[in-house]
Structures are given as structure tokens and as C-alpha cells.
Design a protein around this ligand. Structure first.
Ligand code: SF4
Length: 702
């Protein structure tokens, strides 16, 4: 595989899903450029995407299968490793039943990998114990979409951000976390300065630099703010009565819930701790502007009331009929490159493949029939936090962790240590030899990374794009789908005779159209992509689903059985754990501009460390004084769950009473640097998404 011809592929980082052209140069270097023809980025890349060529070298790569023998991992053949995995899973299923095993996978997987993992667990093992790290970033958006629309659908597209007269960014540091989308907004703002940009975020982030208005809400108060907006719209007579009457249900109940606490904007401003005039200004501007996009991300989703936050936003768009038309709608910005593709194939513990429902017998029967599977999971499986609790409790006895590093990324991450320590069989598939979770593996399997693997991903605007291989497989590394198929066959299961990702994609597309009539077919149906041959699959151009429909619901038809959208009554509630005398500050976590997840890839590019070289604790100078910690010195933060150490900074964007720590650093690159160990494991009761944005902590000198 030597070539100087650019290969079109897709960036493996954020949910923007930018097109990339990668070229292998004669000296072995990789030249990276933006794909001018990809609709997501039209040739532009952010600094992370531009540095992809520096992250594909073989240093720190896991290159051979290994099995733990006498306490140490030792190199073995693939046959021996696969036998160990299949035999171990088979024995545990036979003795303890299907729910005693689990898969914990990742938004880094390609759709084809996800499809096979989901098929193996739900259709053959017969358990829905397959969850993903996407649970940690966007499952509240999934649940909010399902409740409001009847289906997990993002109604709009990126172009709407450019057609809007007002963009509201909620809980999203778009400038750092979705940089190319932010650049699109910035260009719009330059060409149309009267377009309004509002940022709702407890922190003054880089995104606020461009904003006409920043509302620095008290963490966790978003539902009050949007319920207040709903009340304002009603009191000003701005409800779109015709749309609401013909296309929705539940407005009265939603308004009744909102009125309890949120009818008075002054009271809402007090609760949210924002300037009352600024809040009223936002309400008036939202009311007066038809073309509004409200884009939200982890600041909304990662909350013990995340699903209600999502629905409180959607309620305001439904009330004004601002959905499914150019330049308007609620918009979930997904964190990961393939969070959406995982949802398409049912990669969450409470979902079935092809956007079908695990709790509907007819849907289960259809999927089982299509797969010709011996069984089908009949109830939702364990969501991420519950899954690791079940491992610690001993009810789940085997876990296969693929393309994710839960020892760093999970809340109460020390519990993950305890859980994996007790687990009878821990299998880890990864590209990195340095991932923290590897230390707990009984079997370690080398995976293909970006540039080596081949398949599809789906970005935040429902656009399926190809990730293409342009590098040879290093060492003995194999594609995750291939390894999953090998294990399935060794466990005695038919239905896994795939030899290419194209064949898997074809089955996925055919399943999406199988007995798929009515509203679900209208929304998720890839029948036009069935039976692509190898050449067509290789050449597959980026495209949205449903075919040729950049926007959905513009006709007022939603996916609930009666075709109507649902308002959801969202009674506001405070975060689950509140600060007290022992833990007086609130910890907020998030990303920095130039790193990705637990840094197993971006950590390899020296230039990406030029922006921020180490972890930090951002705290207000007066709080630093109060708690006797000094800028530039190390401090320790601790919660009821754990502790970590990092350097104190005064970033300038943090309010009194709060601290911010990035999620990326781990014990692999600095001791005691895992912020996940500090984060409370509280989850949203509907989505199961953890409350990463609100943990009571204390800080002290280290
Ligand atoms: Fe990659 Fe996201 Fe940057 Fe695009 S915006 S280049 S997808 S990290």
C-alpha cells in the first residue's frame, strides 16, 4: 500500500465529521488536508484534524495479542487469544446466563464494528448488555429526541446554523469542541453582523468571544431558564397555535409545569444567577426572531436532569413551530465521530438495531427473523455506570472493552478499577499499549486505528461518510469487526461469515429496510444503499439519511404513532449532589481545544501540546485565596468519590464557587491526574448519562 494519491477519509475526532484527504508521501510522512468537497467542512480542518499525520506512528502501539499468564501479559497467537476470549465468554454464559457477560464499546468504532458487536450481544448471546462511551456524552439527547419526536432524530443540518438569524449555544464551548462548526458561525457573523449569537454557559469560554450575549447560568439551572422562556412565549401570545394544535400534544401540561417556578423572569434570573435584564433581552430576542437554532452539547447532556434539559429546549421550538425549516430548530452537537452511527445500529443498551425499539415485541421479532438469530435480547441491558457497578457486584462476570479507556473516562473511575480487579474475564481491544485500562486485561487484542481501518461513520447532521484505510495494518493488529466475528464463530454462532466491511454495511442497510414500513421507514431507511458492490462502497460519497432530506418534520409529521410531537413537562430540579461545608465548590469538566479523550492519540502529536501542556484546575482568584492555593502551584481536589492533583490556573472564565478541570489527562501521563476519579457517578434517570458537570469538591494545597 504505497501511494502519493490522496485518500478521502473522515476525521476521527469530534461529531462535526470533517472530510480529510490523507496522502502517504514517499518518505513515509502523511500529508493531511481538508476535503474541499465534503459538505461538513468544505476543505477546512481544525488544529486537531490538521495534526492527524503526527498521530499515526507506531510508537506506543499495541501490536500483538497478549494473554495474562501467571499474573503477567504474554504474547500469544491470535488463535490462542481468540480461543481464550470465546471459551471464556461461552463458559460464563453457559454457567450464569447471557446477562453475566457484557460489551463496553465506543463512539470511536466504525458503524460496521458497532453493527457486529450489537448483533453478537443482542441476537446471539441474547443480552442487551452492550453499552458505549457515547452514553457519557449524548444519551440525554437520544432520550430527549425519543420523547419529543418518537424517534432519535436530529431534525436539522449544519446549513441551518448559517441560515439562522439567531444561534443559541447551550452548554457548548463550540469554539474548542466543534471548531469547524464554530468557524462556519464566525464567518456568518462576519458577513451578517446583525445575526445574534447567544452563549448560555456557566463558564466564559472561548466561544463567548464572538457572542452578543453570554448568560453565565448557575450550573444545573438550564431547565428553569428554558421553562421561563416557554412561559414568556405564552404570556406574549407567541405560541404557534396552528402548528401546536395540528402537530403536537402536551403543551398545557408542559406550561403548567413551567409556571410553577418559572413564570416570573425575575425569579428565573435569581435562580439562574444571571442579570435579569440580560435574561429578558434573550427572551425578547428569541420571541422576535423566527429563524433560531438552539444548539446544545455536553453542558446540557451531562446532567442528572439532562433529558429534561433537552426537552425544555425542544419545547420552546415546538411551541413556536420552529423546527424542520431552514435556519431553525433544536440541534444536538454530538461529541464523538460516530456517536450517531452507533445509534443507527442499536449500540446502546436500551436500543435495538436500525432505530427499532427493544421494548416492542414486533420490532424484536423482525430483527431476530432478519438475523435468523437463535434468540433476541428481551429487555434493556445495563447502562455504562450500572454496568461497572454490576461488575463490581459480581453479577456481570466478563466484559469486553473495545476502543475506550474507562479507567480514565468513567465517573467514579476508581470504582472501574475495583470492578475490573474483581471481574473474572476482562478483554481489552485497543490500539494503544499505554491505555490505563490495559493493566486490568486478561486478554489484550491489538486493533486497527485511524488510517488503517475501513468503514463508515455518521456525523451530527446524520451524514454517513467513509473512513478509508490508507496505511497497512501494523504488526498483528486486526479490525474490530473481524475479531468480533471470529469470537462469535468460535462461540458456535452462525451469521458472522463476513469478509469485508462492505458486506456488513450491506446487511445493515438491508435490515434498515426489512419489514420497515410506516413512520420508522420514512425516517431511517437505507434501502438505496443496499447491494452496493465493492467499487460502489469504496466510492461512497458523504450523504445524509433519510436520503435527500437535510431537514425533518417540516411537514409537521413526527414519529409517534399519532404523528404528533410531544411537549414534555419538565419540572426543574437541582443537581443531585449539592455543595456543602465539606465540599464547598462545584467541579465542572470538559475538553480543551487541542486534545481528544484520554490522549492516547493526540498525546502523540507534540504540536498539540503547545496549546496546553498539562492538566490544570481553573479556579477564581478569590476562591484560590480563600482556600490557600496559588496559581502555578499544584493543588489537590477531592470529592466523596476520589481525588486528583493538577496545577492551579486562573483562566479568567470561571465564576466564584466553581472549578474547571479538563478530562484528558490520566495516570499514564501524570500521576493522580484522572479527574474521572473525582466525578460523582450520579446519572440522569431517563438517559443514564452521568453528571460530569456538577460534583461537589474541596481544594487544598498539594
Ligand atoms: Fe476533526 Fe472535529 Fe476538527 Fe473537524 S472540527 S477537523 S471533525 S476535530
Amino acid at each position: 500500500m504505497t501511494t502519493c494519491t490522496p485518500v478521502k477519509t473522515t476525521c476521527p475526532y469530534c461529531g462535526v465529521g470533517c472530510g480529510v484527504e490523507a496522502t502517504r508521501l514517499p518518505d513515509g510522512a502523511i500529508r493531511i488536508a481538508g476535503d474541499a468537497k465534503h459538505p461538513a467542512n468544505l476543505g477546512r480542518l481544525c488544529v486537531k484534524g490538521s495534526a492527524l499525520g503526527d498521530t499515526v506512528g507506531l510508537d506506543q502501539r499495541l501490536l500483538t495479542p497478549q494473554v495474562r499468564q501467571d499474573g503477567a501479559l504474554a504474547r500469544v497467537s491470535w488463535d490462542a487469544a481468540l480461543d481464550k476470549v470465546a471459551g471464556g465468554l461461552r463458559a460464563i454464559v453457559d454457567e450464569h446466563g447471557p446477562d453475566a457477560v457484557a460489551l463496553y464499546v465506543s463512539g470511536q468504532l466504525l458503524t460496521e464494528d458497532y453493527y457486529i458487536a450489537n448483533k453478537l450481544m443482542k441476537g446471539y448471546v441474547g443480552s442487551a448488555n452492550i453499552d458505549t462511551n457515547s452514553r457519557l456524552c449524548m444519551s440525554s439527547a437520544v432520550a430527549g429526541h425519543k420523547r419529543a419526536f418518537g424517534e432519535d432524530i436530529v431534525p436539522g443540518c449544519y446549513e441551518d446554523l448559517e441560515l439562522a438569524d439567531m444561534v443559541v449555544l447551550v452548554g457548548s464551548n463550540t469554539a474548542w469542541c466543534h471548531p469547524i462548526l464554530f468557524q462556519r458561525i464566525a464567518r456568518l457573523k462576519e458577513s451578517r453582523p446583525d445575526m445574534k449569537l447567544v452563549v448560555i454557559d456557566p463558564r466564559r469560554t472561548a466561544t463567548c468571544e464572538l457572542a452578543d450575549l453570554h448568560l453565565p447560568v448557575k450550573p444545573g439551572t438550564d431547565v428553569w431558564l428554558f421553562n421561563g422562556l416557554l412561559c414568556h412565549l405564552a404570556s406574549e401570545g407567541l405560541i404557534a397555535d396552528d402548528f401546536v394544535t395540528r402537530h403536537s400534544a402536551g403543551l398545557d401540561e408542559a406550561l403548567a409545569a413551567a409556571h410553577v417556578d418559572c413564570a416570573d423572569p425575575l425569579q428565573v434570573a435569581r435562580i439562574c444567577k444571571v442579570d435579569p435584564q440580560a435574561l429578558l433581552g434573550f427572551y425578547r430576542d428569541f420571541a422576535a426572531t423566527r429563524k433560531v437554532v438552539t444548539a446544545f452539547s455536553q453542558g446540557v447532556n451531562q446532567s442528572s436532569s439532562g433529558t429534561d434539559k433537552v426537552n425544555s429546549i425542544i419545547n420552546c421550538h415546538l411551541a413556536t413551530g420552529r423546527i424542520g425549516q431552514p435556519g431553525m430548530g433544536p440541534f444536538s452537537l454530538t461529541g464523538q465521530p460516530n456517536a450517531m452511527g452507533g445509534r443507527e445500529v442499536g449500540g446502546l443498551a436500551n436500543m435495538l438495531a436500525a432505530h427499532l425499539d427493544l421494548d416492542k415485541p414486533a420490532h424484536r421479532e423482525a430483527v431476530q427473523t432478519f438475523w435468523d438469530a437463535p434468540r433476541i435480547a428481551s429487555k434493556p441491558g445495563l447502562k455504562a455506570v450500572d454496568l461497572f457497578s454490576a461488575i463490581e457486584a459480581g453479577t456481570v462476570k466478563a466484559v469486553w472493552i473495545i476502543a475506550t479507556n474507562p479507567l480514565v473516562s468513567m465517573p467514579d473511575a476508581d470504582q472501574v478499577r475495583r470492578a475490573l480487579d474483581k471481574c473474572e474475564l476482562v478483554v481489552v481491544s485497543d490500539i494503544s499499549a499505554q491505555a490505563d485500562t490495559n493493566a486490568y486485561a486478561d486478554v489484550l487484542l491489538p486493533a486497527l486505528g485511524w488510517g488503517e481501518k475501513d468503514g463508515t461513520v455518521t456525523n451530527s447532521e446524520r451524514r454517513i461518510s467513509r473512513q478509508r484505510a490508507f496505511l497497512p495494518a501494523p504488526g498483528e493488529a486486526r479490525a474490530d469487526w473481524r475479531v468480533l466475528c471470529e469470537v462469535a464463530k468460535r462461540m458456535g454462532y452462525d451469521g458472522f461469515d463476513f469478509t469485508t466491511p462492505q458486506a456488513i454495511f450491506d446487511e445493515h442497510a438491508r435490515l434498515s429496510a426489512f419489514r420497515n414500513a410506516g413512520e420508522t421507514a420514512r425516517l431511517f431507511n437505507l434501502s438505496h444503499l443496499v447491494a452496493l458492490d465493492a467499487v460502489q462502497y469504496e466510492a461512497l460519497a458523504p450523504q445524509q439519511w433519510p436520503q435527500d432530506q437535510p431537514r425533518l418534520f417540516g411537514d409537521g409529521r413526527f414519529a409517534h404513532a399519532d404523528g404528533r410531537a410531544r411537549f414534555i413537562a419538565t419540572a426543574p430540579r437541582t443537581p443531585h449532589n449539592l455543595p456543602d461545608e465539606d465540599f464547598p465548590l462545584v467541579l465542572n469538566t470538559g475538553r480543551v481545544r487541542d486534545q481528544w479523550h484520554t490522549m492516547t492519540r493526540t498525546g502523540k502529536a507534540a504540536k498539540l501540546s503547545g496549546h496546553i501542556a498539562e492538566s490544570f484546575i481553573d479556579i477564581h482568584p478569590q476562591d484560590a485565596l480563600l482556600y490557600s492555593v496559588r496559581e502555578g502551584e499544584l493543588a489537590r481536589i477531592s470529592s466523596r468519590w476520589g481525588a486528583m492533583v493538577a496545577r492551579v490556573v486562573h483562566g479568567g472564565g470561571i465564576a466564584r464557587g466553581q472549578v474547571f478541570v479538563p478530562i484528558h489527562w490520566s495516570d499514564a501521563n501524570a500521576s493522580d491526574a484522572r479527574v474521572g476519579a473525582v466525578v460523582n457517578p450520579v446519572v440522569d434517570p431517563v438517559s443514564g448519562e452521568p453528571e460530569f458537570k456538577h460534583t461537589p469538591i474541596r481544594i487544598e494545597q498539594f
